[in-house]
Ligand binder design. Sequence first.
Ligand code: 8YV
Length: 322
Amino acid sequence: MDNKPVVLVTRKLPDAVEIKLAEHFDVILNPEDKLYSSDELLQLATRADAILPCHTEKFTAETIALLPTRIKAIANFSVGVDHVDLEAAKQKQVIVTNTPDVLSDATAEIAMLLMLGAARRASEGERIMRTQQWKDWSPAFMVGQQITGKRLGILGMGRVGQVLAQRARGFNMCIHYHNRHPIEDKLAAGAVYHDSVEALLAEVDVLSIHCPASLQTKGLINSQRLAILHSNAIVVNTSRGGVVDDDALVNALKSGSIAAAGLDVYNGEPDDINPEYSHLDNVFLLPHIGSATHETRNAMGYRAIDNLIAIFNGEVPKDRVV
Ligand code: 8YV
C-alpha cells in the first residue's frame, strides 16, 4: 500500500515483531544489528517519519535538535527513557513512548536470580565447576546466606518492584519499600513504606533497585547510604547503573561492609564498566538481560507498534511519555 509512514528500526528486533511492523509501516530495518553512530542515525532518519530505537541509541539534546522535521515520534523498545533527552523532544514536538508493563515479569525474574545468585555464591560455584577446581566438600564449603524470611527493601515500588514483591513473598520475605509516595494499600499488600531511602536501608537485608535513572536518582546509592546497610546485606540492581556509585559499591564489597551484590546494569555498559567488579567473588553479574525473554521481547515490540499505530492515526498513544 502506498503512503505508509516510514519507521526506522535501529536494532534487529524479533522476527515476529518486524513482520507485524511491516504490515502497518514501511520499515527501514537493521538486519545486521549494527550499532549506529549519531551521524548514521541522523542520516537514516532523513527517510523516516518515526524511529523505533532501543536504549542503545542516545537521543541527546544535540541529536534531537538535528532530527529531520518529518520525524514525528521516538517509539522506544524499552521502558527506560533515560537515553532520550525528554525536554529536547518536548521542545521539538517529537512524541516519545515507552513499553511499560510487558517487561515487569521478566525483570522481576532477573532480580530474583540476582538475589539468589548473590546470596548463594552462584558466581563462585559456577566458576569452580567450569574450571574443574572442585576438589572437596565440607560443611563449611561455599556457605552463603538464606533468602527465605529475610527483609527485602524495594527502592522504587513501580510495576517491576510490585511484581518482585509478589515473587519474594513466595520466599516468605518481608517487603519494605521507598517511593516518592506510598502506593495504594491494595497494591502494597502489607509492604512497609519508608519515607526516605535512609530509613529503608536501615531496615532491610536485601536492597533491590527499581527506580528509573534521572538527575534525581543519579548516584543515589553512594558510600554514605551503603554504610547504612548491615554487613550481611545484599544489593541488587536491575534498573540502571547510574543509580549506583560504582566506586562506593566496589569499596563496600571489598571491605565487607556489605556481603554481596547482584548486578544486571552498569555505568558505562557494555564495554566501559568498572573493571573491579569482575575481580570480586561476592558479586553475581549479568549483562543487562532483565527483559531478555522471547515472550517479553515480542511483547515490547508489539507495544511499540501499538504506540506507533495510535500516533499515525492521530490518537494519543497509550504509553506516551512526552
Ligand atoms: C531493554 C531495559 O531490553 O526496557 C528497558 O528499559 O532496560 C531493557 O530491559 C532495553 O532497554 C531495550 O532497549
